[in-house]
Design a protein around this ligand. Structure first.
Ligand code: GLY
Length: 591
């Protein structure tokens, strides 16, 4: 009865409560002191985020994880550049000021809305496994999986970086500004020094032991043996030299030139050495892939297909929810039951079927087939959590039998959303995987540990895992850069870091805007409750924890923890409205 009364109450005040819950997240210290050199209008954008208001603009907008990176993109857009130009400028600054999350040593996925053609295009700049890698890459001599950080730290986990090639391809397709000019702001910051943000300083402090594997990373992040401090000025001459070479020689300098050779030498000579070679870099390709679009309440939610699991999982969750009324809002137990179990069903499929479709057949059509999803959605017609959840049996042309994947994904990564004055939209999630990646540093940037997104177990009881390591294959991702379309026009760009929780973070923003009527800043600030087919994770120190007893009674295993999403969202309508995650240091800014 108590739950019934509370459900009725929440139905009555659903949107108001969603609003209150959104307001209740205390922003992590955003470090305004670290960015005091920002122009007044950008400082106002930071104030708007802290006050929980969306940033509003009429012409263009950029939202990303650090104000210095946003400024670089904003300057490009203000000068008439495209979202593609701005993306290049933002990414190379992020690689300097937020080096732990993404950069030239990593990979990224782009979802692009082309205003001239009305097309949604996706580009895959994911890292690849070296040709010399085998399914045993992350196993000990007995075939048992290595411990996570024994696999991560060092050369073994480094895949062929895709980000330099992706940036060059983005610029080749849609850029209008001179290439070198887009690298200039980052180059200047690297040469003259940038202000270390509180988040970077804190994360370095927490990672000193692992960073010690690389003398180069140690010298950079611990000059004079002391971890860098928030507010200090940090110069990165090696990164400036890399950007100069990138400006002059283009991506070739990575995929056949000096920087590429330096990457290979660093990986092969590191402790826990890897097998990356010059050939892996020479044959690297950015791949255009078909956008995966899933319907939700009159919208089309478009994102990145395999090797990402992002768009398929987000699409499956939304499809399972579409037949249910979610209007009671995020504090309603039944709404959370539906969202949690829809996610569990999608994650069961993801663990079985999602991998690089250039290497293994993936039943994308079957997994998003309305008839299949109707069957999955019907399972949610209950008052209690599902007792058992397992992968379904979508129809497909292959009689494959896969064992479930066992990859471990810890939160890291970064997301950039941009709208330009021509109406192009870019939604790019970018990563070096774990915070500080493999910890190896070369040319002023960190190398990824993306290969640990593969399943460490290659087989179970003789049955292969779809996401096992194979030479040249791309590890399965959870990154979910998304563009939401309505009537053929983009209405929202959204994405987040957060490992496999990205899927829950992005889904919640879409539901918050479409079902709960929240603005983008409220949607981003909303407390999280995320289920990945394990515990139902409730965001600590937020109203989400009030759901704990009720969800436990329903049969979920519940945990309370910090859930540091990094959502950057732009809603596109009569004007542009941006939201930036209060859990991180970014802003949305436009004019
Ligand atoms: N390494 C984060 C992801 O690709 O999901």
């Amino acid at each position: 009865m108590r739950f019934l009364l509370s459900a009725i109450f929440v139905v009555l005040v659903g949107t108001a409560q969603a609003q209150q819950a959104a307001d209740a997240v205390e922003p992590e210290a955003a470090g305004i002191g670290a960015f005091e050199s920002l122009p007044a209008d950008m400082a106002a954008a930071l104030d708007a985020k802290e006050a929980g208001r969306p940033v509003v603009a009429s012409d263009w907008m950029v939202a990303a994880a650090n104000p210095l990176a946003v400024k670089a993109g904003a300057d490009v857009l203000a000068a008439g550049g495209t979202a593609a130009d701005a993306l290049v400028a933002v990414q190379v600054v992020l690689g300097l000021v937020e080096p732990q999350s993404s950069g030239l040593g990593g990979g990224a996925f782009l979802v692009w809305y082309d205003a001239a053609t009305g097309d949604v295009i996706t580009l895959d700049g994911r890292e690849t496994a070296p040709l010399a890698a085998t399914p045993r890459l992350f196993q000990d001599p007995e075939g048992e999986p290595l411990k996570f950080f024994d696999a991560v730290v060092g050369g073994r986990s480094v895949g062929t970086p895709g980000t330099p090639a992706l940036l060059a391809e983005i610029h080749r397709r849609w850029g209008t500004q001179e290439w070198g000019s887009l690298l200039e702001p980052a180059l200047t910051l690297a040469q003259d020094g940038f202000t270390v943000s509180p988040r970077l300083a804190k994360l370095v402090e927490e990672d000193l032991e692992r960073l010690a594997i690389s003398p180069v990373a140690s010298a950079y992040f611990m000059p004079d043996g002391e971890a860098i401090k928030a507010g200090a000025t940090l110069k990165n001459p090696a990164y400036a030299a890399t950007l100069k070479a990138f400006a002059e020689q283009g991506a070739t300098v990575f995929y056949g030139g000096k920087i590429g050779h330096d990457i290979v030498a660093t990986v092969q000579n590191a402790e826990n050495a890897g097998v990356l070679s010059d050939v892996d870099l020479a044959i690297y390709q950015v791949k255009e892939r078909e956008a995966i679009c899933a319907p939700y309440r009159g919208h089309e939610v478009c994102g990145m297909g395999p090797p990402s699991s992002g768009a398929v999982a987000v699409g499956q969750i939304l499809a399972a929810l579409e037949g249910y009324d979610l209007s009671a809002g995020p504090q309603d137990l039944n709404v959370r039951r539906l969202m949690g179990d829809a996610a569990r069903l999608a994650f069961a499929d993801r663990g079985r079927y999602l991998a690089d479709s250039d290497y293994v057949p993936v039943p994308v059509t079957g997994l998003l087939d309305p008839a299949y999803l109707a069957g999955r959605a019907a399972l949610l017609d209950s008052e209690m959590a599902l007792e058992e959840v397992s992968a379904g049996e979508p129809t497909w042309d292959h009689a494959m039998i896969w064992a479930d994947d066992e990859s471990i994904e810890l939160p890291s990564t970064s997301h950039i959303s941009i709208v330009d004055s021509m109406g192009n939209v870019a939604s790019m999630t970018t990563t070096i995987e774990n915070g500080f990646g493999s910890r190896l540093m070369v040319g002023g940037f960190l190398l990824n540990n993306e290969l640990t997104d593969f399943s460490f177990r290659s087989h179970k009881d003789g049955i292969p895992v779809a996401n096992r390591v194979e030479p040249g294959k791309r590890p399965r991702s959870s990154m979910a850069p998304t563009i939401v379309m309505k009537d053929g026009k983009p209405v929202m760009a959204v994405g987040s870091p957060g490992g496999s929780r990205i899927i829950g973070y992005v889904t919640q923003v879409i539901v918050a805007v479409i079902d709960w009527g929240l603005d983008v800043q409220q949607a981003v600030s909303l407390p999280h409750a995320v289920n990945r087919f394990g515990t139902y994770d409730l965001e600590q120190d937020t109203p989400s924890v009030e759901l704990s007893d009720g969800l436990t009674t329903m049969g979920f295993e519940v945990a309370t923890r910090g859930l540091t999403s990094g959502l950057h969202v732009i809603a596109i309508g009569d004007d542009l409205r941006g939201g930036a995650d209060p859990r991180r240091e970014g802003i949305a800014f436009g004019r």
